[in-house]
Design a binder for this molecule. Structure first.
Ligand SMILES: [Ca+2]
Ligand SMILES: [Ca+2]
Length: 318
């Protein structure tokens, strides 16, 4: 009887410790295959893409994973292929979930959930507004960088119903709200490359010994109107184009950068911890396509220190 008692105590202990470990440990949440969309290779079990109404979408299976068949489930129908899937996006703006899974596989890593968001095309903007939300005016693109600085193709509408939705394993829609307004809906610009960089960088930060389940976000999308309003006089901030984000680590949940370097002070040295990891990140061959701008910023009266990262294509620091 006594033995049974000790056994159950031991079992309980194992149960409790495995639960707490499970709750804290960061997992990359990669599937056991990758898809390729718009030249981005995506291994994440949850990802999101942003397209125009009726746009042709092509999702490929990564070359090294084409040794078997895959099933895509979209619009209530299933299709099978060993290499790629093409379809036409819905004509109406909204959220259209798709799943891609390995055929005859049932493991929890054998499926990728792909959120297809059909954007509101830029042409729906009337004057400085889109459906009552102020955007302002995008500047004409500089002649030498037409592609990177052309007007966004469309806007993602953020409504209450999608706030809790995961765009990627560690970032929900609510993370990308803009400070421009505390009302919904909001309209933002968002790029897939930035989502991928956020997930890969979060994984690298964890590997570097700074555990975090997600990042706090100071600022993601800024409309030209809002960017000007908060005092930025640059017309070409990457924040206007949806591929820049200002981030910090906030495991304490007080919306302020944590004391990452453990010196008892909350200042730019904590942001510099992330800066160093981000610099190494941009130099890795594996992440060459996700390189971008990088800078750390001092805390001020209303927010803690943070770093800016983006995916402009070249590594530049300031
Ligand atoms: Ca904090
Ligand atoms: Ca510190």
């Amino acid at each position: 009887m006594k033995k049974l008692f000790y056994l159950s105590i031991a079992a309980l202990f194992i149960l409790i410790s495995s639960c707490s470990v499970g709750a804290e440990a960061f997992t990359e949440d990669h599937a056991d295959f990758s898809i390729v969309y718009d030249e981005l290779k995506i291994p994440l079990k949850t990802f999101s893409i942003f397209v125009l109404p009726r746009e042709e979408i092509e999702v490929k299976i990564a070359e090294e994973d084409r040794n078997q068949q895959y099933i895509i489930e979209l619009g209530g129908k299933k299709y099978e292929s060993g290499s790629s899937f093409s379809w036409k996006a819905h004509g109406e703006s909204g959220h259209y979930p798709v799943t891609i899974s390995r055929k005859n596989a049932s493991g929890k890593n054998s499926e990728i959930k792909l959120n297809v968001f059909v954007l509101h095309p830029y042409s729906e903007k009337e004057g400085e507004y889109i459906y009552g939300f102020k955007i302002g005016n995008y500047p004409a693109a500089p002649a030498d960088q037409k592609e990177d600085y052309s007007k966004p193709k469309g806007f993602l509408k953020i409504e209450q119903s999608i706030l809790d939705l995961n765009l990627t394993p560690h970032f929900k829609v609510e993370k990308f709200l803009t400070n421009q307004s505390d009302q919904l809906p909001q309209f933002i610009v968002i790029q897939e490359s930035l989502l991928l960089k956020l997930e890969y960088f979060l994984a690298e930060v964890n590997k570097a010994g700074y555990p975090a389940e997600t990042f706090g976000i100071v600022s993601f999308y800024r409309s030209p109107y809002f960017n000007k309003k908060i005092g930025n006089d640059t017309h070409y901030s990457r924040h206007l184009y949806g591929d820049a984000v200002d981030i910090y680590i906030d495991n304490r949940g007080n919306e302020w950068m944590d004391d990452l370097n453990g010196d008892g002070k909350l200042d730019i040295k904590d942001a510099d911890v992330l800066f160093k990891i981000a610099k190494k990140f941009d130099q890795k061959e594996k992440y060459a396509d996700l390189q971008g701008g990088l800078s750390s910023y001092h805390a001020n009266g209303v927010r803690g220190s943070f770093i800016h990262i983006d995916t402009r294509g070249i590594h530049v620091t300031w």
